[in-house]
Design a protein around this ligand. Sequence first.
Ligand code: OSB
Ligand code: MG
Length: 372
Amino acid sequence: MKIETVELVRIAMPLVAPFRTSFGTQFERDILLVHVVGPEAEGWGECVALTDPLYSPEYVEGAQALMRRFILPRLASLPEVRAQQIGEVLSVIKGNPMAKAAVEMAVLDAELSGCGVSLGSHLGAVRESVACGVSVGIAGSIPELLEIVASYLDEGYVRIKLKIEPGWDFEPVRAVRERFGEEILLQVDANCAYGIADSRQLARLDPFDLLLIEQPFDEGDIAGHAALARLIETPVCLDESITSARSAADAIARGACSIVNIKAGRVGGYLEARRVHDVCAAHGVAVWCGGMLETGLGRAANLALAALPNFTLPGDTSASDRYWRQDLTAPFVLDDGHLPVPQGPGIGLRPDPEVLAEVTTSVETLVWSELD
Ligand code: OSB
Ligand code: MG
């Protein structure tokens, strides 16, 4: 596509409720949007980096600096920018998948919008709607947790994921199973909060018939996850450890996981996310679509991804009102536990101009011809 300007738009969106994980509590999201504008098409990308580098090494301020200083100048030096080539071109820049993914998403959205193709059909979607789970933060008490889970089940979510950490694992899982029964789909996510010495404690979750335990150990600890997978009955799923299709293949070959959480931002973009999906499918490893508390823009793209054939488990693609009083786009509303896969060109949605103006905290405009 031909690009004339890139706007790096920062927005601040308060969450409807604080979201507590083993690595910290999010009260609001400070999000970097990438808006690429050309004479024929424009597109939007959402960077999933959080404010602080606590989930992964990236953080929103760093992602913006990296785009301005390294990513965009490198792309602007090319005769032409094509989404398909961005991953390869940017591979000389080490790491920083979330920043790269956001830029690729914006260009991909613009290109597909320009030719009237939806992201879903471009990626190979086989579904028009996607079954949705919800990620439930660490609560102040067990009764409070039960109330939160009850209301999500009432809303129709088909799967519950409990955030866990040492001291908040066995009891909350037991309480949720006791109250809501064996039938509900239940899983847990530790965000790296445990070590190999905690294996016995994690084995205590075996009787609860969890779908999976997500990322119990450090992201670099493939051997530890493999050892845990041999010891416990609950299937081990990796999130933070999976940074590319190659690392997915490696983790699977080493027996570190039997399920993979795919987040496009964590693996450098939607095109690499599709390759992760393909590698997992080839190994008979089920995948599901993770989330990073995205606005409707990122959610739209995640739903397109989650419509691929090997996304056989419900993901963290929750409805707009699980996150925001007012989403940036037309809201995603749960229908019998499902969200629709956007069918319009590109990601299929645009920011509402009024909402965008209300939540924008800064806009940095970069002129393409001056970047090179
Ligand atoms: O580990 O999956 C995670 C949110 C922020 C960072 C990491 C994670 C999460 C979630 C929420 O679990 C997923 C969502 O609803 O977007
Ligand atoms: Mg996770």
